[in-house]
Write a protein that binds this ligand. Structure first.
Ligand code: NAP
Length: 225
């Protein structure tokens, strides 16, 4: 069934692939990105909006532009991975911590909060937060401190949003896309972006108030947190 899907960070990587596949299957796609001028090669039917998720004035401006429009599926995909490595190798300045926590945690928070009226106009509203298995306490391998902490917080955010939004009929899930070949995942990653996006879209279709609060990977395996 056709739906309206809004994706953050849709200019490249996984977000872009989610936009392309959603468009190909007939969805109305609202692709949001920091630099729309870099997305000229997307199909013209895909609607492009500027969105910087770390700035609440940007999420509020998007909400104003979309006032009165139903959003069935909101995918909080935009993310950054600053400061890879351990304490001795990572370059984790205040700015790196700020970028990681603001993008990966506050970003989904501002986006969901400001687009809540749009979700409430949908018959089957869902929110998907792209987290990572690296945020799971069961997968604490050390290092990558900013990313691990931010994705742990993103999972926590998803689970608490699920509780608050359940009475409104809005389902919220957290997802691990696999280790995917994108700029972030690098060429070493085993999962093709096409395969990850296909699996994620299947997971989002299954999300409902009965399964809200789940944390799963792109293949549907539950991930311990
Ligand atoms: N790739 C993996 O192996 C992997 C594994 C687990 C989880 N994830 C998660 O999956 C999501 C997508 O990752 P990816 O692999 O596609 O990464 P990517 O190729 O680095 O793309 C990241 C996207 O996020 C956008 N973005 C970053 N900061 C933003 C901001 N402040 N406001 C708006 N957009 C912003 C980027 O936009 P610009 O082009 O403007 O920079 C870009 O479109 C992320 O949340 C990531 O943490 C990825």
């Amino acid at each position: 069934m056709s739906q309206t899907i809004l994706i953050t960070g849709a200019g490249r990587g996984l977000g872009r692939e989610l936009a392309l596949q959603s468009h190909a299957r007939g969805d109305r796609v609202l692709a949001t990105m920091r630099a729309p001028e870099r997305a000229a090669d997307l199909p013209p039917e895909i609607e492009i909006y500027r969105l910087e998720v770390t700035k609440s004035e940007s999420t509020a401006a998007l909400a104003s532009e979309l006032k009165g429009e139903a959003v069935d599926l909101l995918v909080c995909n935009a993310g950054v991975f600053p400061g890879r490595g351990g304490l001795r190798e990572a370059n984790c300045s205040e700015l790196d911590w700020f970028a990681g926590l603001m993008t990966n945690v506050a970003g989904p928070y501002f986006t969901v909060r400001d687009l809540l009226p749009n979700l409430q106009l949908s018959q089957h509203p869902r929110v998907a937060i792209i987290a990572s298995v690296m945020g799971s306490n069961q997968n604490a391998a050390g290092g990558s401190y900013i990313y691990r902490a931010s994705k742990a917080a993103a999972i926590n955010l998803a689970r608490n949003l699920a509780v608050e939004l359940a009475p409104l009929g809005i389902a919220v899930g957290a997802y691990h896309p696999g280790w995917v070949r994108t700029d972030m995942g690098t060429e070493a990653a085993p999962v093709d972006v096409n395969h990850s996006a296909t699996g994620l879209l299947e997971r989002f279709a299954e999300l409902s108030v009965e399964t809200t609060g789940a944390f799963e990977d792109y293949l549907g395996n539950p991930v311990a947190f």
